[in-house]
Design a binder for this molecule. Structure first.
Ligand SMILES: *Cc1c(COP(=O)(O)O)cnc(C)c1O
Length: 396
């Protein structure tokens, strides 16, 4: 229904073609949605608008027109329209990085507000909350978001905002979106879901009632380790959206037109890349689960994983990420396994075509709760047999 409403809006504002696109499947929409946004020439591949300024109409500047590139530009509008469409939201805001998107959300909070966040959370988000936000008299509480009782306890303090990350980073813990979002709503909290690891191809938190979906578009959306970006997709075009849009336009942490162009280009192949990531990660996870040197695999696709049943309920597939612990290894020995890889690159980040892995604790901080023997892996799109051969020799 939301998509239909959005489609009808698009018809009046742009092209009747948009209506047809919005009723098609994800794979089709990923390639066509937003293409003609602000683009009169209707080129098949969108042009890159490097201009910072646009001619005002004779009646002077109006927000519907492009005026100044920090406020809006055709490439950003194409990207935002595409993201809105794929997540099934009402409107989106693109930023220069995932962290800039998170910072925009927290800048909309006031002193005295509070956040309920998961213990296992992207390290940058934790640092932003602890090292920056804490100075603004916003209270942050971390709880285990796989535990319904702990969650209900946390909600008793009536948080302004509930931050959910599922699967979480780096232990791929699964939070029940349906149950936890509806409980949050009962106490009047706003809910943001960091959907970076799943992408809208595999999980759509707005359908479960989340207010905002956040992405580091640096990861699967970009997919080629060559562009930083972030985005917020809102379920409603409400006053909160207007407020965060002011933070985007006036705060100015915006992506360049080229960043938007690269992201728009990459997202067009996202549905098919995600199929490959899921298929390859499944094979690597099953291989690791049987390996004598592996203590534990964190991957919600394994039937033995504690999050498996909930994952089946809310995810279309299990994604391309996994973590595992090397049996009996200390940090040094775990680093040695990582260093032995020949095909898999030793690097942080994730979601790109090439396989990457890292000793996660050294990328986080000595105080992070991540185990010393944990390796986090982003399974790429090489042939799975070649990836497994490399994992095998690194563990030998
Ligand atoms: C990378 C990442 C971020 C931060 O995004 P940047 O683009 O690096 O600023 C936030 N959340 C998750 C889950 C991430 O993986």
């Amino acid at each position: 229904m939301e998509r239909l409403k959005h489609a009808l809006k698009c018809v009046s504002s742009t092209y009747a073609f948009s209506l047809k696109i919005l009723l098609m499947k994800l794979e089709t929409r990923a390639i066509h949605a937003g293409l003609h946004e602000g683009e009169a020439t209707k080129s098949i591949a969108p042009p890159l608008h490097l201009t910072t300024i646009f001619q005002h109409p004779e009646t002077g500047f109006s927000p519907e027109n492009f005026g100044y590139s920090r406020y809006d530009n055709p490439n950003r509008r194409q990207l935002e329209t595409l993201l809105t469409d794929l997540e099934g939201g009402a409107a989106s805001l693109a930023f220069g990085s995932g962290m800039a998107a998170i910072a925009a959300v927290v800048q909309s909070l006031k002193p005295g507000d509070s956040i309920l966040a998961p213990i296992d959370i992207y390290n940058g988000t934790r640092r932003l909350f602890n090292e920056i936000l804490a100075h603004w008299s916003v209270d942050i509480e971390y709880i285990d978001m796989t535990d319904a009782t702990a969650f209900e306890q946390g909600l008793k303090n009536k948080p302004t905002l509930v931050w959910i990350e599922t699967p979480s980073n780096p232990r791929l813990l699964i939070t029940d979106l349906d149950a936890f979002i509806s409980k949050s709503k009962q106490v009047g909290a706003k809910v943001v879901v960091d959907n970076t690891w799943m992408t809208p191809i595999l999980q759509q938190p707005l359908k479960f009632g989340a207010d905002v979906v956040m992405h580091s578009t640096t990861k699967y959306m970009g997919g080629h380790s060559d562009v930083l970006g972030g985005a917020l997709i809102f379920r409603e075009k409400d006053t909160w959206f207007d407020q965060v849009k002011v933070i985007q336009q006036i705060g100015g942490a915006v992506p360049s037109p080229f960043d938007c162009w690269l992201l728009y280009r990459s997202i067009r192949t996202l549905p098919y890349r995600m199929r490959g990531h899921c298929e390859n990660a499944r094979k690597v996870a099953n291989y690791l689960a049987r390996h004598p040197r592996v203590e534990r695999v964190y991957y919600p696709g394994l039937p033995s994983d504690p999050g498996h049943t909930i994952a089946l309920k809310q995810m279309k597939d299990f994604g391309g990420m996994l973590s595992f612990q090397v049996k009996g290894a200390n940090a040094q020995e775990t680093l040695a396994v990582v260093a032995k890889a020949k095909l898999i690159s030793r690097a942080t980040s994730l979601g790109a075509i090439e396989s990457l892995w890292e000793h996660r604790k050294t990328s986080e901080s000595p105080t992070s709760p991540t185990p010393d023997n944990l390796i986090r892996m982003s399974v790429g799109l090489e042939h799975p047999d070649d990836i497994i051969v490399d994992v095998e020799q690194a563990l030998s």
